[in-house]
Design a protein around this ligand. Structure first.
Ligand code: C2E
Ligand code: MG
Ligand code: MG
Ligand code: MG
Length: 286
């Protein structure tokens, strides 16, 4: 009996494994075509510098967020395919496309007189494994004409699992050109703080999971306060992600947080909607 149920469990396990492999292969192949067929697009979410009061808040830039406009499935969100892109290495050409597209869009907004001084682009740790990382970044800047100071690369603490010397050397070359660096989802990864001093970091992005409950959870509030203070002590800026509630925003302001981003200001939106939102700032939302 035990043996039989063991066999059944094994079979179920094999089936699940098999389904996962099939899903992986399907997604990978479809993603490869998506890039070639122009099914990938970027949405943009505003980043806001916090003033003394809400009326003093001002737009500083936008984060580019990848979407896959799938012919059958509709708009597919990055959490459903970035993992496959990373595992398959497709994130390398996709990441290069994202960077080029985001830089171009930022220049277009700047040329139209819109105050997009920062374009934040999510950068996967896997992208550092390729040899041509410098070419990818510098070509995107040169081709678009974007000032390097306007580009902000968002990396996560998972970067610490990579070849650190290699990553560090690349980041230092970026820094030498004036490119900015943010640590995304800060606080969710490894708590090694010494890397913060080694890395040419400009900004800490406080993870949404801590920001969300700062009014209700004293522990979260203490954590957010600590990150904001640490950023200040290290001469870095702090930005809170996932701000949805005006009271949370006021709490962040009181804690001295420099910048914020979240549904409260705007959801990520396609370029045209973002442009409309920008043009009518204070008016409608996308
Ligand atoms: P992330 O970089 O931490 O981006 C923040 C995520 O939170 C985005 O989800 C954004 O839409 C969402 N968000 C923003 N404000 C709020 C809010 O007020 N409330 C809530 N509930 N959510 C909010 P999204 O667009 O689904 O992206 C998920 C993740 O996928 C990103 O997290 C990033 O890690 C990754 N990603 C997105 N685009 C790219 C890309 O071009 N390259 C790479 N390598 N990763 C990307
Ligand atoms: Mg990000
Ligand atoms: Mg984040
Ligand atoms: Mg996040």
């Amino acid at each position: 009996q035990a043996k039989k149920s063991g066999r059944n469990t094994r079979r179920l396990f094999d089936q699940q494994m098999n389904q996962e492999v099939v899903r992986y292969v399907e997604t990978r192949d479809a993603l490869k075509l998506a890039l070639a067929h122009g099914e990938l697009e970027l949405h943009y979410q505003p980043q806001i510098a916090l003033g003394a009061r809400r009326k003093d808040d001002r737009l500083i830039g936008a984060e580019a967020l990848l979407r896959w406009n799938h012919p059958e499935r509709g708009l597919v969100m990055p959490d459903d395919f970035i993992g496959v892109a990373e595992e398959s290495g497709l994130i390398v050409p996709i990441g290069a496309w994202v960077l080029r597209q985001a830089c171009r869009q930022a220049v277009a907004w700047q040329a139209a007189g819109l105050p997009v001084d920062i374009i934040a682009v999510n950068f996967s740790a896997v992208q550092f494994r390729q040899g041509k990382i410098d070419a990818v970044v510098f070509d995107a800047l040169e081709e678009s004409g974007l000032a390097p100071e306007c580009l902000d690369l968002e990396i996560t603490e998972s970067i610490l699992l990579e070849d650190l010397q290699r990553v560090l050397a690349a980041l230092q070359r970026f820094e030498a050109r004036g490119i900015q660096l943010s640590i995304d989802d800060f606080g969710t990864g490894f708590s090694s703080l010494s890397y913060l001093r080694q890395f040419p970091v400009h900004r800490l992005k406080i993870d949404r999971s801590f920001v969300r409950d700062i009014l209700k959870d004293p522990g979260d509030r203490a954590l957010v306060q600590t990150i904001i203070q640490m950023a200040r002590n290290l001469n870095l800026r702090s930005i809170a992600e996932g701000v949805e509630d005006p009271l949370v925003l006021e709490q962040l302001r009181a804690l001295g947080c420099n910048e914020a981003q979240g549904y409260l200001f705007s959801r990520p939106a396609p370029p045209e909607a973002f442009t409309r939102w920008l043009a009518g700032l204070g008016g409608g939302k996308p």
